[in-house]
Design a protein around this ligand. Structure first.
Ligand code: NAP
Length: 283
């Protein structure tokens, strides 16, 4: 979701410097934006990118590990955050806006949530003025990739039947990409330290989301229920194939549900409009 965040920052009148990893193909070139190329753990690139900046927005996150390439949650969430915080302090930056995730906690079953928590702890201990955001699942154009709704839309469109895990009743609170980007753009000048959950105005089950996608596509929804036990047995094996759309961590997090305890705080402290879940189809 780098592109919507950059757009929101530029709209708010900020000059933006992006640290873009080598080989990234995101369409970030636009007026008012400078691009520095480098890995997120590259001290020299971080120093160049942060020079003269007032605040840093840290968005890097992964949902799927590629251990053979050194892409692990420990490295991309915890080590990368520590590198960004150290570089920010070195550059005299006083404020960090950090992207965590709803459900981040120290005793989580998923490595995703545990490492997101460890990264939050590093932010809180950094001595920098900070805002932490914990979004539920993000939807919308130009938003996350690989995008949850887009993946489900492909299933509804192309699969003969759509697998539903268990009874599909686990609740989610989808939040619009523009809400998340708007919150980040305002937080870069916020005077307080805080952590906010970010959710949309509706709590929807996985099955509700599938139904809305089917309606938007004008297709019948043909589902097959896959018992949770079967998914728990299959996913660890199938997640080795990059084209398989679900990892063990994602399965765990879906089954836990992903709903805000305090959905109103961010809407109280920032100028944000709650955006109901909408299915935006390519084109
Ligand atoms: N999507 C959601 O529903 C959701 C919900 C809660 C929290 N979040 C968090 O929000 C943040 C943005 O996520 P997103 O969903 O928008 O995903 P995304 O589009 O894939 O963005 C992830 C960011 O991490 C960077 N990144 C990924 N792998 C990397 C690697 N190996 N080395 C360096 N950088 C790497 C990406 O760089 P490129 O642009 O070059 O690919 C991108 O800037 C993440 O921290 C994620 O955990 C997302």
């Amino acid at each position: 979701m780098g592109v919507p965040v950059v757009n929101a920052l530029v709209r708010a009148g900020h000059e933006v410097v992006i640290l873009q990893r080598p080989g990234s193909t995101r369409p970030l070139r636009r007026t008012g934006v400078e691009i520095v190329t480098g890995e997120v753990t590259d001290e020299a690139a971080l120093a160049v990118g942060m020079w003269g900046c007032d605040a840093v927005v840290h968005l890097v996150g992964i949902i799927r590990e590629l251990p053979r390439r050194g892409v692990t949650m420990q490295r991309m969430h915890v080590d990368a955050t520590r590198a960004v915080l150290a570089a920010a302090r070195q550059a005299g930056i006083s404020r960090v806006v950090h992207m965590s995730a709803l459900g981040a906690r120290p005793d989580a079953v998923s490595a995703y949530h545990r490492t997101k928590w460890a990264a939050e702890e590093a932010v809180r201990a950094s001595g920098l003025r900070h805002t932490i955001f914990r979004p539920s699942v993000i939807f919308g154009r130009g938003g996350p990739g690989p995008e949850f709704v887009g993946q489900l839309a492909d299933l509804v469109r192309f699969a003969p039947v759509v697998p539903v895990i268990g009874d599909g009743s686990f609740p989610l609170q989808p939040v619009a990409v523009e809400t998340v980007a708007g919150a980040i753009a305002q937080a870069v000048v916020s005077p307080r330290d805080a952590a906010y959950e970010l959710g949309g105005p509706e709590v929807l089950t996985y099955l509700d989301i599938l139904r809305r996608i089917a309606v938007a596509l004008g297709r019948p929804l043909r589902t097959v229920r896959v018992p949770v036990g079967v998914m728990r047995a299959l996913v660890p094996i199938l997640q080795r194939f990059p084209s398989f759309p679900l990892t063990q961590d994602q399965l765990t997090m879906l089954l836990e549900g992903n709903v805000c305890m305090d959905p109103d705080a961010a809407y109280r402290d920032f100028d944000l409009a709650p955006v109901p879940f909408t299915v935006i189809l390519p084109g």
